[in-house]
Design a protein around this ligand. Structure first.
Ligand SMILES: Cc1cc2nc3c(=O)[nH]c(=O)nc-3n(C[C@H](O)[C@H](O)[C@H](O)COP(=O)(O)O)c2cc1C
Length: 223
């Protein structure tokens, strides 16, 4: 059983992994990460998701071809409209991320497993009262915690992955390629495999830069 420090280390080093060895994942590993995902929270515990797990070469290749097309379009648009970078480090980090994303787009079919997380199209948890609709937030808030559970569980088993959504750019083609029923939409496509490199801690803004205590703007230095 992982102690608290181990758990925190796993959380801090659960980052986007896009380059995989070709060692297959075992069924036990896949069931374990799906089970962790299944234990994610959702509004009213509705558990709206379905998982489509692709391990078969032809099935992965069909989806990867659509992913590649979607990514090409996205990357072209992204690079055409870049704002200026604040620092050379930020620019270098951005371009590293684009290179890794492109690598994934060009090699997705080689990932040992691809998990498509599906949600009912038009999922809407909005209730109404006499004053109108009651906004309780975006319905995807009931899906992505499960995806993050899956990624953290994978990390605990030495398996890497990345939450991706770019395939939605070619959503209808993705549905056809993967045989996803019309009533479902793609919330996330998660390639999984053993990382080619090491797990490392990603760069993030410091906690105190984004935290307010008791009142907006009240800051505390981290002890
Ligand atoms: C909602 C969401 C959508 C994402 N979509 C993609 C994607 O389509 N393709 C991709 O390669 N990475 C995708 N990512 C991964 C992010 O680029 C990655 O989490 C971020 O750059 C931080 O990476 P790091 O943890 O390694 O620092 C997505 C992440 C999130 C949370």
């Amino acid at each position: 059983m992982a102690d608290g420090d181990d758990m925190l280390h796993l959380l801090r080093t659960t980052r986007a992994i896009r380059r995989f060895t070709d060692e297959p994942l075992t069924d036990d590993e896949l069931w374990a990460v799906l089970d962790a995902a299944q234990h994610g929270p959702s509004g009213g515990n509705i558990q709206p998701w379905q998982f489509l797990v692709l391990t078969d070469g032809d099935a992965k290749a069909a989806v990867a071809a659509v992913y590649r097309r979607a990514y090409d379009r996205y990357e072209t648009a992204l690079l055409a409209g870049l704002p200026p970078f604040r620092t050379p480090e930020a620019e270098a980090s951005f371009h590293r991320s684009v290179r890794a994303s492109r690598h994934l787009a060009e090699h997705l079919q080689e990932a040992p497993a691809i998990v498509c997380v599906l949600v009912p199209d038009g999922l809407d948890l909005t209730m109404h009262d006499d004053e109108g609709p009651l906004d309780i937030g975006h319905p995807c808030a009931s899906v992505y915690p499960a995806v993050q559970n899956l990624l953290v569980a994978a990390r605990a088993l030495g398996i890497g992955g990345t939450l991706t959504t770019v395939a939605r750019v070619e959503h209808d083609d993705l549905r056809s390629a993967a045989g996803i029923p019309d009533r479902y939409g793609l919330a996330a496509l998660v390639p999984l495999g053993r990382p080619r490199g090491e797990f490392s801690q990603p760069v993030r803004r410091p906690v105190d830069a984004v935290t307010h205590w008791n009142a907006w703007g009240e800051k505390r230095a981290r002890p």
